[in-house]
Design a protein around this ligand. Structure first.
Ligand code: HEC
Length: 402
């Protein structure tokens, strides 16, 4: 029952998370587009009122006329639309998802028994849970300190971008050394996503509140609040594409179980940021194809690097004896997979066959031959190597030819 409850909660949370993220990121992309697409106001009276830029758009059967005031209009409207719940809902539902899936089963999902760092390979489940939390909070603390120390008055934002880029490579590297590949990709994405939401929570919204309060009190708002809000929004813009990629990476074990997974991850992160840069500039009227070309080039490098080293060489096994070979494979699958991958899993914590894959019959095993070989060779399965599959046993699966 507990497993079913967790599965169901996971399903519903995922729904909420994706919807909230679409709303948040959609709005954020919209505002970046709007900001970059603003034209000087045509009407002299608008310019006198302090309108800094405007955009005309057609949508939903009507025409929209957006105007941006550089600092503030003479009088603040009463009904000002604020945007923050979309961001908070995305983070909260994402974190809840992480808890229901990863933190309820850290032994399977967080710990990497083949980790390069021995202490990480031997972590207990709760240690892995604590480490994951420290990782998320620590990511935000380091990022926030970089922003505060390198560019406190927003004059060295270029240098800051480089520092944040280097930080993300370090995050990718550390996550891969400490956690299972799948969790490493997710956690690296979550470090960026947490920074994005925390930017909204700790800087962008409080800064806007201070500006609004100053204006209500008849004072001039501190321009640093506006600039800092912009600095953090810009970071959020470049985080969006990489975050979404890492969040949807959970089925692509060729990437996260690769021996250079952190390099692949870094390539994808930079590719996403470069591609985003193209659109940011495009909305400002500048077409610079060099950015997406560089982004795609990085993806191609990832493709080349991630390519499997080739099928294991044909073996000297007795190919005339294929029947016996499958029996051996079948026995290994029964021993190492069926506790989870069965219509009625006996492994505690599983209510239904994971990923919908059951190996109760020979046909089911035969029909999944290449997938089985792939997940066993990459050591993604058995999950968390809970059944202690040996390298020799993995070779038998790799050599299975019929
Ligand atoms: C401890 C439980 C457990 C064991 C043992 C286990 N698996 Fe899995 N398996 C899972 C879970 C959970 C998933 C879903 C993971 C996900 O959503 O990415 C999964 C997913 C898979 C997938 C789909 C991968 C994908 O990319 O969607 C395959 C194939 C697979 N397992 C094969 C195997 C094989 C072969 C074995 C035995 C060598 C095995 N599993 C042992 C729990 C297990």
């Amino acid at each position: 029952m507990q497993a079913y409850l967790l599965d169901f909660a996971n399903f519903m949370l995922r729904w909420l998370h994706v919807i909230a993220a679409i709303a948040w990121i959609g709005e954020s992309i919209y505002f970046v587009m709007l900001d970059n697409g603003l034209k000087k106001p045509k009407a002299a009276e608008d310019r006198e009122k302090g309108v800094f830029g405007e955009m005309w758009a057609v949508h939903g059967g009507g025409f929209y006329h957006n105007q941006k005031y550089a600092t503030a209009p003479a009088k603040l409207p009463d009904d000002l639309h604020w945007s923050f719940w979309k961001s908070y809902t995305t983070w909260l539902s994402g974190f809840a998802l992480f808890v229901t899936l990863y933190m309820f089963n850290p032994g399977f999902y967080l710990v990497n028994p083949n980790a390069n760092w021995e202490w990480a390979a031997n972590m207990s489940g709760w240690q892995a849970n604590v480490l994951a939390l420290v990782f998320l909070v620590g990511g935000w603390v380091v990022y926030n300190e970089l922003c505060k120390r390198i560019s406190p008055d927003m004059t060295r934002d270029g240098l800051l971008s480089i520092a944040v880029a280097v930080m993300m490579v370090v995050v990718a590297y550390l996550s891969v050394q400490m956690f299972s590949g799948r969790a490493a990709f997710l956690l690296t994405g979550a470090v960026m996503a947490t920074a994005m939401s925390a930017n909204v929570f700790f800087w962008i919204i409080p800064g806007q509140r201070r500006m609004v309060n100053a204006m209500k009190a008849g004072e001039t708002p501190n321009p640093l609040d506006g600039k800092r809000g912009k600095q953090r929004s810009v970071h959020n813009t470049y985080f969006t594409l990489p975050v979404v990629l890492l969040m949807i990476s959970n089925h692509y074990s060729f990437a996260y179980n690769h021996e250079h997974a952190w390099v692949l991850m870094s390539l994808f992160i930079f590719a996403g940021a470069l591609i985003r840069q193209f659109f940011v500039l495009m909305h400002a009227g500048k077409i610079q194809p060099a950015y997406p070309v560089a982004g795609v080039a990085l993806i191609l490098v990832a493709f080349w690097l991630g390519a499997p080293a080739g099928q294991p060489a044909a073996t000297d096994r007795d190919t005339a004896d294929e029947g016996a070979e499958f029996e051996e494979v079948h026995a290994l699958v029964n021993q190492h997979c069926v506790a989870c991958h069965s219509r009625e899993p006996t492994q505690p914590g599983f209510a239904a066959p994971p990923a919908g894959i059951a190996y109760d019959s020979e046909d089911q095993i035969l029909s999944q031959k290449s997938l089985i070989q792939q997940v066993v060779a990459s050591k993604y399965m058995p999950l968390g190597n809970m059944t202690g599959m040996t390298d020799e046993e993995r070779e038998v699966i790799a050599a299975w030819s019929e």
